[in-house]
Ligand binder design. Structure first.
Ligand SMILES: [Zn+2]
Length: 431
């Protein structure tokens, strides 16, 4: 008689170990090289990689799928993006945001992402986007974990009633306190904004995730203030600095100091390589800066670096499908992380590190008795996954299959023969 609900046979873990995985009642009940007992259903992983799902640690689901059609960005710049969004945001409705966000979430699930942290613009007295995403979070809870960040897109001190909006948003369904200190009019106001963000988060017992120093200006140094406030409030492990693109412009001595204090304060960094390589360096002639924090140097100090897709078809980024592996692929290139072990570290940023940011203190990898949330990739190693950017064969959440895909079938007609191409060299194990 079958003992388990499922047994996944002949899978490979990210370190290359072969494994069978038994699943019972939504949890991983056994993991061993060869399990003798059978499952009610058996899944042949065919030597392919099995990992925890991807984590999109930073996206804006309220603005998603508005380009083309609803608006456009002629210059392609970050500031015109804010302006264009400001022009259409008074027209959005709860139903409209839900429809667009739900479509993008389904795209992400199909591509192996089951945890999504979305920033929600709360510079809107009606809280339209917040109410829409609050409903969607409940409605889609069986397939995805959504976290909502109260994001003051147009500032806190420089926006009318900004402080009240931020606080009220937390009582109206936002989970996490956001901020945007570099957008305030003065450095002093940026610091006051952060002081308020930390005070509020401490009072309400919330995580913090601030859009911080998303600029090319090397004098924008609010991440150091975040590190200091994290220490003062004893909020280590609960604070993320998002974007942090000014780090690409700091002088080496200051960059070194900043990484040291970030590590000591337990602040994680979330980078968005796809959007920021497109949006930053716009005032540069040549060479143009890359728009990404130095992930290799941060990672070397074990500062958790997680990845976000940031935008899908919106005024800041007109492209994208929400495939987080594309963000990892871009991070690998921009970060010069092509050493063999470095590529594995980039895959960890998309998975394990994201989970650490999402739920600090909880298990971040596949584990016995842990939830059966996993992905069977159409690739046999993290490096092959980063090379092929495959869609997952199977996505499982709490022991249920919630997405499946088949690899594209490609044929070349050559020399009176039909040759099938899958980009996997024969006799090569992908590692
Ligand atoms: Zn963002």
């Amino acid at each position: 008689m079958a003992r388990w609900n499922y047994v996944i046979r002949n899978a490979k873990l990210s370190g290359g170990e072969g494994v069978d995985i038994a699943i019972q009642d939504g949890h991983i009940a056994a993991m061993a090289p060869h399990l003798s007992e059978v499952g009610q259903e058996e899944i042949d992983a065919d030597g392919q990689l099995v990992t925890v799902p991807l984590v999109d640690a930073h996206i804006h689901l309220d603005t998603t799928l508005t380009v083309p059609g609803r608006t456009s960005n002629r210059s392609g710049t970050l500031l015109e993006g804010i302006q264009r969004w400001g022009e259409i945001k008074s027209d959005i409705t709860v139903q409209d945001v839900k429809k667009r966000a739900k479509e993008a979430i389904l795209w992400e699930i199909a591509q192996g992402t089951l945890q999504i942290r979305t920033h929600v613009d709360i510079c809107d007295e009606r809280f339209t986007a917040l109410y829409a995403l609050r409903e969607l979070k409940e409605e889609m809870a069986s397939v995805v974990d959504l976290q909502l960040v109260a994001f003051p897109q147009e500032g806190v001190l420089c926006y009318p009633h900004g402080k009240e909006l931020l606080e009220t948003a937390l009582h109206e369904g936002a989970d996490i306190v956001g901020g945007i200190p570099h957008y305030e009019w003065t450095r002093e106001d940026g610091i006051r904004e952060l002081e308020y963000v930390f005070e509020l988060a401490h009072r309400e017992g919330r995580l913090i995730d601030v859009h911080c120093d998303e600029t090319d200006d090397p004098d924008s140094r609010f991440v150091e203030t975040m590190a200091r406030l994290t220490k003062i409030h004893g909020w280590e492990g609960r604070v993320s600095a998002s974007h942090t693109t000014a780090m690409h412009s700091y002088n080496p001595a200051y960059g070194f100091k900043l990484r040291r204090i970030l590590r000591e304060a337990g602040v994680s960094v979330i980078v968005n390589p796809l959007t920021n390589v497109l949006l930053q360096g716009r005032f540069d002639d040549f060479p143009k800066r890359r728009g990404m924090a130095p992930i290799k140097e941060l990672d070397a100090l074990e500062i958790p670096v997680a990845l976000g897709f940031d935008c899908i078809m919106d005024p800041w980024y007109p492209l994208g499908t929400g495939n987080l592996l594309q963000a990892a692929w871009m991070a690998l290139h921009l970060g010069h992380m092509s050493g063999a072990e470095e590529m594995n570290r980039v895959f960890r940023m998309a998975t394990i590190n994201g989970r650490r940011v999402f739920h600090p203190g909880q298990p971040s990898d596949l584990a016995l008795q842990g939830p059966a949330d996993l992905v069977i990739w159409d690739a046999c190693s993290p490096i092959e996954a980063l090379r092929l950017l495959p869609v997952p064969r199977t996505v499982m959440r709490q022991g249920k299959i919630i997405a499946q895909s088949q690899a594209a079938h490609r044929q070349v007609y050559y020399d009176d023969r039909t040759v099938t191409v899958d980009f996997k060299p024969q006799g090569h194990n992908g590692v």
